[in-house]
Design a protein around this ligand. Structure first.
Ligand code: PMP
Length: 397
């Protein structure tokens, strides 16, 4: 008999299931708010001008497709370290390890595998709720995954619950935090709350791991660095996973980075060697095209400035869609408060829609959202905003 006869069928990915159902839907008014990507006003994943110009330059250079180093293109790693840590970089440089990774997911996986080798009995704590893949990824890396309170039933942030959990953690446990634009809730911590978390984590000996997949989507690259800056200024060890999927619309190129602030210059070499071993035994070396494209953009001031402008356009369009949706709902369902939509940050809104309401949106209006009620605000545009607002208002009435 086949060696695979006993292999069990796993349930399909719920997000992909929604996309399949959306594609099969024949309604001309259908809208997919279940996606996790930024779409432009025409409903397309944009090709940014800065990316196209960098790619044209790479093409003109006629470089061969040779291997890149295990830890990535040096010009990429160097530029990304400056992007992540900005003004704090000089103070960290001699103990900083930055390696190119396969998107934000690849960076998290490198970090997970590395942390697992350093302390196999550590647990990892993720927010409740969090990006679905956090639990799966850290479980697959061998971790026991626990949650800390984050989202309150009334739509607020459970900071007291977070602090209470953090106060009880043993030294060596890992605290995964969303650097900004929390996925799925859109709720971010205030600067004073970051400071409190940093101080408490330091006191407990807990290792912070910041997932930065949406830097630049809330208030801009500098403002969105508040969490990273808080931990960088403290000078204690922590990790950052970074993704260019959203901020450069480079989803399929798989470009990201893992940065590890080690405890001192003497730790830099050993830590880098461990991370290189993990990369080498997993995929050998990262893909060259995305890394070279990003390195080109970040190392040419003209292209960097263009990127900043294009990032601002994406950010502003999302904000306009938030305001448009909140305003329409306020008019159509006057007895409810929708101000949370404009307070939330990033690509998503945790809409507070029940599972039943999400189901009704799907069956009656061909509007697709996640069962959790998460909608992608970046999938709204002038053409579908009225349709979506009316449908949501109807299911809420
Ligand atoms: N972290 C979070 C919070 C995310 O939302 C995502 C992507 N949706 C990732 C990491 C992974 O990013 P990438 O697609 O670059 O692997």
């Amino acid at each position: 008999s086949s060696p695979f006869a006993h292999v069990q069928q796993l349930p399909r990915d719920p997000v992909l299931g929604i996309t399949e159902a959306f594609v099969a839907d024949s309604s001309p008014r259908k809208v997919n708010l279940g996606v996790g990507v930024y779409l432009d006003e025409n409903g397309h994943v944009p090709l940014l001008d800065c990316v196209q110009q960098a790619e044209e330059e790479l093409l003109r250079r006629k470089g061969p497709h040779s291997y890149v180093p295990i830890d990535g293109i040096a010009a990429f790693d160097n530029a990304v370290a400056s992007l992540i840590f900005s003004g704090e970089r000089p103070s960290l440089d001699e103990r900083l390890v930055t390696v190119q990774a396969l998107g934000g997911t690849g960076a998290l996986k490198l970090g997970a595998d590395f942390l697992r080798t350093t302390n196999p009995s550590a647990r990892i704590w993720i927010s409740d709720p969090s990006w679905e893949n956090h639990r799966a990824l850290f479980s697959a890396a061998g971790f026991e995954v626990e949650t800390y309170p984050y989202y309150r039933a009334d739509g607020g942030l459970d900071f007291a619950g977070l602090i209470q959990t953090l106060s009880s953690l043993p030294s060596g446990d890992i605290l995964l935090l969303h650097a900004c634009c929390h996925n799925p809730t859109g709720l971010d911590l205030e600067p004073y709350q970051w400071a409190e978390i940093q101080a408490l984590a330091a006191e407990r000996g807990v290792i912070p791991f910041l997932d930065a997949a949406y830097l630049g989507f809330a208030d801009g690259l500098d403002a969105d660095r508040v969490a990273i800056d808080t931990f960088a200024q403290a000078g204690l060890p922590f990790l950052v996973s970074f993704s260019f999927s959203k901020s450069l619309s480079l989803y399929g190129e798989r470009v990201g980075a893992l940065a590890v602030v080690t405890g001192g210059a003497a730790e830099r070499g050993p830590v880098l060697s461990q991370i290189k071993r993990i990369a080498r035994t997993t995929y050998s070396s990262p893909p060259s095209h995305g890394g070279a494209t990003v390195a080109t953009i970040l190392n040419e001031p003209g292209l960097t400035a263009l990127w900043h402008d294009e990032l601002a356009l994406m950010r502003d369009r999302i904000k306009a869609m938030r305001e448009g949706l909140a305003e329409r709902l306020r008019v159509q369902v006057p007895d409810r408060d929708f101000s949370f939509i404009t307070r939330q940050r990033g690509m998503f809104s945790y809409s507070g829609l029940s599972k039943e309401a999400v189901e009704m949106l799907r069956s009656r209006f061909s509007i697709y959202a996640l069962d959790s009620g998460r909608i992608c605000v970046a999938a709204l545009n002038k053409a579908n905003l009225d349709i979506v607002a009316e449908a949501i208002a109807t299911v809420l009435r």
